[in-house]
Design a protein around this ligand. Structure first.
Ligand code: FES
Length: 522
């Protein structure tokens, strides 16, 4: 498996598995820290160097502002290197759902927002001559039973009302039997790491600063500006944008976003029956298909089997995907399997704008559902406009402090009931220490040891690492993710590597290491 050779790669990711985008992807040496002046007050500090942060920073830098991007690890380390890189103008929140919860005008505006995000990407690719495999595609969405038929027709009609180019089709792009299929025009795909490389190169050329390995833990006001700290590094800035999915600390967004893991496999076929376009079913959990050529080799990308972070079985998700695809394609080999994280907003639409509960100079962009490339790009436009004092027509629709007591209420209650359950129940589900004897290399487990709760992990040499499993964000108990070799928090999606180091916020503090006066070499 390609997954085993990750240490040789320049582009690192927040997970142990290797995504297809990491294959031979090398982030260029951009002289990133050159020019950083710790005494200067920058116009804007952008926290996070994924597609959201880099797009925001570039748009601001192009407008003449002086920006710093502070990235906890390296550019593209988060979901941008694990995305399936679809560029869709129809979203996980369907147009019938948006119409029903927010009204017809909001559905139209959301469709325009999707088109604008796509236009921004196309303009950057053209103007900056970014070689990122950008392609326009048709996309098929198909129903396989009566219930799905009905829903699909509603999606068709509401999508048309919202302004999308979509129609009933007579055939699909994938060999999955369907009862009804619709076809969207003007959809797309690209290579996300090549794309953000191109944006970053321009950002640096315009004098933008990128500080990698700079995890921002907190900020505080200083006169009319702010000072943000990452260890001994202090960055002064008038505005701060959190482009990290969830901002640090505990806030309203923790209650209105549910973290999910999504799975993708990249495989070669025995024949050349790769789909030309994008295809999606309507199952729960759903599946999708698309093709990408990397270094001359075609790969069929098949994804789905999503579940809440810290809840499902990642190994089973990969197995299910393999079983599913083998029903329809002659698989030569599965070369890649990886997962990534995204956040499902309670009412279906992303939260982009001023961070609730903070002063007006602090911004956030999160809750992108599975549409991160589009909403990440759109966030850049919206937040850049807000910072530049321009009006943005999407500002109100995606305002993080919007109050929609009816929209998504059921999901909101469900997600939060789940959070409460984990606060209470996890503490009673630990295994006995003698279970360590049965722990296999590469496995982690929660155990009780001398009245202490421990998250223990055994590496390939048999060495055990013990951590306090209490998430440093709000105290939930982390769960082991075997596929990604990480400890994942089921409450708000915080993730930690096997040494306890933060991989994904909202936590900013590592898990506490536990030193045990006991020989745990078992
Ligand atoms: Fe919030 Fe762990 S991420 S408690």
């Amino acid at each position: 498996m390609e997954n085993k050779s990750k240490q040789d790669l320049t582009v690192q990711r927040d997970s142990a598995t290797l995504s297809v985008w990491q294959r031979n992807a090398i982030m260029p040496d951009l002289q990133q820290t050159k020019g950083f002046n710790r005494d200067q007050v920058y116009d804007c500090l952008i926290v996070g160097a994924g597609i959201t942060g880099i797009t925001t920073a570039l748009l601001l830098q192009q407008a003449g502002l002086n920006c710093v991007i502070a990235e906890a690890r390296s550019a593209g380390f988060g979901t941008t290197s694990g995305t399936s890189a679809h560029l869709n103008t129809f979203f996980d929140a369907t147009y019938p759902e948006i119409e029903s919860d927010f009204g017809h005008d909001a559905a139209k505006l959301t469709a325009q927002a999707g088109k604008e995000a796509f236009d921004i990407i196309c303009s950057f690719v053209k103007d900056l001559k970014i070689d990122c495999d950008l392609e326009f595609k048709q996309a098929w969405l198909y129903a396989e039973n009566e219930k799905e038929n009905k829903e699909l027709i509603q999606i068709l009609e509401a999508s048309k009302r919202a302004g999308l180019q979509v129609e009933i089709a007579t055939e699909s792009d994938v060999p999955v039997p369907f009862s009804t299929v619709i076809k969207f025009e003007q959809q797309g795909q690209f290579h996300p790491l090549k794309y953000i490389n191109g944006l970053l190169a321009e950002y640096i050329a315009l004098g933008g600063i990128l500080l990698e390995n700079t995890p921002i833990i907190s900020y505080e006001p200083e006169g009319d500006s702010h000072i943000a700290k990452a260890g001994s590094v202090a960055i002064k800035a008038n505005k701060i944008v959190y482009a990290t999915h969830m901002p640090p600390g505990i806030n309203l967004l923790d209650l209105s976003n549910a973290p999910y893991r999504s799975y993708v496999i990249g495989l070669r076929l025995k024949d050349d029956q790769y789909p030309a376009g994008l295809a999606y079913d309507m199952q729960e959990p759903y599946h999708y298909f698309r093709t990408h050529i990397i270094d001359g080799q075609k790969y069929l990308l098949v994804g789905g089997e999503d579940h809440k972070t810290g809840h499902g079985d990642p190994d089973k998700a990969f197995e299910n995907l393999k079983t599913y695809v083998s029903q329809y394609y002659k698989v030569e080999s599965v070369d890649f399997e990886w997962s990534a994280q995204y956040y499902v907003p309670a009412d279906g639409l992303p939260y982009i704008g001023q961070l609730p509960g903070h002063d007006q100079d602090i911004f956030v962009a999160t809750g992108f559902n599975g549409n991160g490339m589009m909403f990440g790009t759109l966030s850049g436009r919206i937040i850049a406009d807000l910072i530049l004092g321009k009006k943005n027509k999407y500002q109100q629709l995606f305002d993080p402090s919007r109050l929609k007591p009816l929209a998504g209420f059921k999901a909101f209650v469900k997600e939060n009931a789940d959070v409460a359950w984990h606060f209470l129940a996890d503490r009673f589900s630990f295994e006995r220490l003698d279970e360590l004897q049965k722990l296999k290399a590469g496995e982690g487990k929660l155990v009780k040891f001398e009245d202490k709760q421990l998250a223990v992990y055994k590496d390939a040499t048999g060495k055990i690492t013990a951590l306090n499993p209490t998430c440093t964000h709000a105290g939930c108990i982390v769960q082991f993710n075997h596929a990604e070799q990480s400890w994942d928090c089921p409450c708000h999606g915080g993730r930690f590597d096997i040494s306890g180091k933060v991989l994904n916020g909202p936590p900013t503090q590592d898990l506490e290491k536990i030193i045990i006066n006991y020989d745990l070499q078992v």
